[in-house]
Design a protein around this ligand. Structure first.
Ligand code: BGC
Ligand code: BGC
Length: 996
């Protein structure tokens, strides 16, 4: 039997969230659909809209006032409780005084609460939910799905939209099966960098490292290996990749799960990852939709506030920045999207009809299913009507209490007409279609779970023992084999560790390399340094980050501590390492002992014995910065970083090493493992600091990937997927984490709009330390021969939206409520979520089904990813990149576009503001060093390196050349003025430019 601790360890993940405060949760109760509360329907009551105007009738009363009274009531309720504490008459006076003070305080609180009540109506309504099955690319899957769903009963349909409850089955999310029709329950498992809570699987490099490779092929390969591992463990749905947070705030706790602070980089990396995962037949999940940019207040109650933070943003910024990677994901065919915890414009993301119905399902033509983040669903009917298809983990407002906002509540809502049968049919069909689309109906590759086959998840998220509880979260004591320890790490050439090593090496960014200190020679002194050297080459390694965590590599739950070398951030996006290659060990292995003498002091304190520093020729110093998901905290970092400096004394350590190394004459190499941008100003200009490597989060092959770069086996080709500033303030006011609530519902206004990261630096003319896209190589590249070919004249709008195919239709008859009752003699597991009702009391069949008003379909829609004409190639841009150095290497050629200056909207004459430039494409190319003579006329070709060249080609689409016009609600290409096409090596090194 599994030891109790191991259960506790993992379940502990959410233990805090179950804290007593939940008992007073004022969040919407799961709906009793016959008496639907206004709160429940605050987002949208379809019956409460005036036909034709799409304006909300005010008849439901003033929501703001109502909310205030709602909250006042809550406070009023708390006060009498205190009276219970009255021990005797003696202290009555005191108690009265206390009560009076409390009441006073509470009423002050009430006023405060009233003042901070979120405004309603800030997120426009979009109804009804577009049906899946309108895209030809999914036609077959929908046909098959319709055949299956057609045969399902009401409760069976509900079952596949509802998770069984937190920790009730093997995976972090599990849906119910429909055994009668041989439709299995689905296993949904984290996360974006590997398989959480699984054994014998790979800890890949994190998203930020992958983004830093700028290597599309590696992005795909990593996704593919990840998908293969998931399939091997019986996982149907992988909860990744993450592309939100995008990184608006450089200290955002989960930025590292995604690929970098630019929508195009993020979008390409996400799409490549999704293609890789889905090519293995596993459903990928694009998450978190949308605007979960910081951890603080992301979720109701997690931070003591009764509501999650509201990210308040304008429509253009949504389109041009934050939704862009999701558009690319949908275009790549992603079969699931996860809606996020936070609110967007005062409406919870998982019940925000504009985001889900409007943008995702209509405009972007998303054909798969939307699942909620874990407990991100905050309402029943409103969520279903706004486009939520699946609730995860099934639990409603609290963890593992057996009460769902879907499940029996959805059954009821359909029976009494609050949720149209049509909507439920679509919800179920979207899930089944996704399953067919990925070929998971093929029982050869996806055997059915027992009793029909040997398939299903072959591991348990809740114990590491072979035998364990079958329903861990329930009091049901049944046990069985839950871990089969299937090794999915690949073998031989396909061993995924090899890929990890490559990605991690390519995701390492060399930002400084004075005097070409790197690469080092394994034998110590380089040929030109050797003369007169009598001693061995002496290397000192410093910093705790160079060694493993002494308490074990997986010591902290979900990697939620920063001890020893950092190779992953923490949270649901982390996994258990199968092994972790220690940087210090790898360095020791690689240096030749006969000619190199290596000493180490793997601590963040300087050695007391100064000779350890003074005697070195080279000092290698490691430091790091960690962050993670907000349910865990470490070193007072509650998810989001508190500042952008190195942690655990890293800066001081580097300063000390820089000063002391070789008695001031040594050369210092700094290695940084980090979740995102760190400020380097405390030491970057120290004369002894010759080289700096930003190795991001390398995953299990950390040390190996590092030595690959150190000794030049891999020529560094990583580029920064974000900007490194000189000062934290340089990122702009919008870059600050909101650490303290500014209301009962914290509000965060994305007032900077499009201007995040380099867009902000460029607009404000701020010099960064190292710009977005920057990174050095051991060779030198030269760009030439820019050619811009236009495929036609500029035209403002894309072609009209193409008509899709017809979605499947189903009977919308509502069954007899009695068919939804628990079958006689049904054995219920405690806390397990079922679709059945205990009684049909109070359920009345709806009299008339009111037709919902149809929101106008978007002209920007019409296929997966949007109107296909948006992806028509308008320009072809090509350039030639030449390696003019001495060693082979990979160059990342980047394409940026500046929109026409002083452009005005042709109709209104209003100026339209554009960023100075935006990334629109990149290509990584391997170019061998030339072996002939110097290139005539090319500066920087001093060593006669000669020049091998490669041509890079970029396809520039209509969307790339358009902005989101909020009035037209479409992508508009400026037809006056000139675009500038820029090709270069970073966002600030763009030697080739041409107008169009
Ligand atoms: C995270 C998701 C994750 C889910 C399941 C949530 O707390 O935000 O990213 O997929 O948990 O573990
Ligand atoms: C809140 C204020 C806050 C402001 C900026 C508003 O919506 O009500 O309290 O200062 O947003 O975030």
């Amino acid at each position: 039997m599994a030891p109790v601790e191991s259960h506790e360890l993992r379940r502990g993940k959410y233990a805090k969230l179950d804290a007593p405060v939940d008992d007073e949760s004022p969040t919407r109760p799961s709906f009793d659909s016959n008496a639907s509360s206004y709160e429940d329907l605050e987002e949208f009551d379809p019956l409460n809209y005036d036909a034709g105007t799409l304006k909300q009738k005010r008849s439901t009363g003033n929501l703001r006032a109502r909310k205030a009274s709602f909250r006042d009531a809550e406070f009023a309720e708390k006060a009498p409780r205190k009276r219970k504490w009255t021990p005797s008459r003696l202290c009555c006076g005191l108690v009265l005084l206390f009560v009076a003070a409390t009441v006073l305080l509470l009423s002050a609180g009430g006023i405060w609460a009233w003042k901070s009540a979120p405004k309603d109506g800030l997120s426009p309504p979009w109804y009804p939910t577009p049906k899946g099955g309108q895209d030809a690319a999914w036609a077959e899957s929908y046909k098959k799905a319709a055949k299956l769903v057609e045969q399902m009963t009401l409760v069976e349909k509900v079952n596949i939209t509802t998770g069984t409850g937190w920790s009730m089955d093997m995976c972090v999310g599990n849906t119910h099966p429909v055994p009668r029709l041989k439709f299995p329950g689905l296993c949904l498992q984290d996360g974006p960098l590997g398989l959480r809570f699984a054994d014998n699987s790979t800890a890949f490099p994190a998203g930020v490292t992958v983004g830093a490779t700028w290597n599309k092929d590696l992005m795909y390969q990593r996704g593919r290996a990840h998908g293969k591992e998931a399939k091997g463990k019986g996982i149907n749905v992988l909860l990744g990749p993450a592309m939100g947070p995008l990184g608006r705030m450089p200290a955002g706790g989960r930025n590292w799960e995604g690929f970098g602070t630019d929508p195009v980089l993020q979008g390409i990396a996400a799409a490549q990852t999704i293609k890789g995962i889905q090519d293995e037949g596993v459903i990928a999940t694009a998450k978190h939709y949308l605007l979960n940019e910081q951890e603080h207040f992301r979720q109701a109650w997690e931070w003591s506030t009764p509501n999650a933070i509201s990210s308040n943003i304008d429509d253009r910024t949504i389109h041009e920045i934050y939704a862009w990677p999701f558009a690319e994901s949908v275009r790549a065919g992603v079969a699931s999207v996860m809606c996020s915890y936070n609110m967007v414009n005062s409406s919870y993301a998982c019940q925000n009809s504009k985001l889900m119905n409007g943008i995702l399902k209509d405009e972007l033509g998303f054909q798969g299913f939307i699942q909620s983040d874990w407990l991100a669903q905050r309402s029943g009917v409103a969520s279903a009507l706004a486009g939520l298809d699946v609730t995860m983990p099934g639990d409603g407002l609290k963890w593992a209490d057996g009460k769902s906002l879907f499940g029996p509540e959805l059954t009821k809502a359909v029976l009494n007409g609050s949720v149209p049968m049509e909507r439920l049919n679509d919800m179920a069909t979207r899930v089944v279609a996704a399953w067919y689309q990925l070929g998971q109906d093929d029982t050869k590759t996806w055997p059915l779970p027992p009793p029909d086959g040997e398939g299903g998840p072959n591991f348990s998220s809740w114990t590491d023992e072979e035998v364990g509880f079958l329903h861990h979260g329930s009091t049901d004591g049944s046990t069985g084999v839950v871990n089969k320890f299937v090794n999915v790490q690949g073998e031989g050439n396909d061993f995924h560790g090899n890929l990890v090593r490559r990605v991690a090496a390519e995701g390492t960014v060399l930002v400084k390399n004075e005097g070409n200190l790197l690469p080092l020679d394994r034998n110590g002194w380089k040929a030109d340094e050797k003369a007169g050297q009598m001693t061995k080459y002496r290397v000192g390694v410093f910093g705790e980050d160079s060694r493993l965590n002494k308490k074990g590599i997986n010591n902290c739950k979900d990697r939620g501590c920063n001890e020893g070398t950092l190779a992953s951030g923490w949270g649901s996006g982390a996994v258990e390492y199968p092994y972790l290659v220690e940087p210090l060990w790898a360095l020791r292995q690689q240096f030749n002992n006969d000619s190199v003498y290596l000493v180490d002091y793997p601590s963040n304190h300087l050695p007391k014995d100064k000779t350890l520093l003074e005697e070195q020729d080279v000092c290698i110093v490691f430091a790091n910065a960690d962050a993670g998901e907000g349910y865990l905290s470490s070193d007072k970092i509650r998810g989001d970083r508190n500042d952008l400096y190195l942690q655990k004394g890293g800066d001081k350590l580097i300063q000390g090493v820089a000063k002391g190394c070789g008695g001031g004459k040594g050369k210092v190499i700094v290695v940084i493992h980090t979740v995102g941008p760190v400020l380097l100003e405390n030491w970057i200009d120290e004369p002894s600091v010759k080289a700096v490597l930003i190795a991001h989060l390398p995953g299990q092959e950390s040390g190996n990937s590092l030595v690959d770069v150190f000794f030049g086996d891999v020529n560094p080709s990583g580029r920064l997927p974000y900007t490194i500033a000189k000062n934290e303030d340089d990122y702009g006011p919008g870059s600050k984490i909101l650490f303290f609530p500014n209301g009962l519902t914290p509000q965060q206004n994305f007032s900077e709009g499009l201007y995040i990261d380099y867009r902000h630096f460029d607009k404000q003319g701020i010099a960064p330390r190292y710009e977005f896209g920057y990174g050095l190589s051991y060779t030198t590249f030269h760009l030439s021969s820019l050619l811009v070919t236009s495929h036609g004249p500029k035209t403002p709008l894309p072609a009209s939206r193409p008509k899709g195919i017809d979605p499947p239709t189903f009977s919308t008859d509502i069954p007899d409520p009695k068919t939804a009752l628990f079958p006689p003699g049904f054995k219920k597991l405690s806390k397990y979520i079922y679709p059945y009702l205990s009684s049909t009391d109070g359920i009345k069949k709806p009299e008339i089904q009111t037709n919902m008003l149809q929101s106008p379909l978007s002209e920007a829609g019409g296929a997966q990813g949007g109107n296909p004409d948006l992806y028509t190639e308008v320009l072809t841009v090509s350039a030639s990149v030449t390696n003019i150095g001495l060693v082979d290497g990979d160059s990342v050629v980047q394409l940026y576009i500046s929109f026409p200056q002083d452009y005005k909207d042709p109709e209104s004459g209003e100026p339209v503001d554009f960023p100075v430039r935006v990334l629109r494409g990149f290509e990584k190319v391997h170019v061998e060093a030339g072996r002939q003579g110097p290139i005539p006329g090319v500066k920087g070709s001093p060593h006669g390196g000669g020049g091998n060249s490669k041509k890079v080609v970029f396809k520039v689409t209509r969307k790339d050349l358009s902005y989101w016009d909020v009035k037209k609600q479409n992508w508009v290409m400026p037809t006056t003025g000139e675009f500038e096409i820029q090709v270069g090596f970073s966002s600030r090194n763009l030697p080739l430019q041409e107008k169009w």
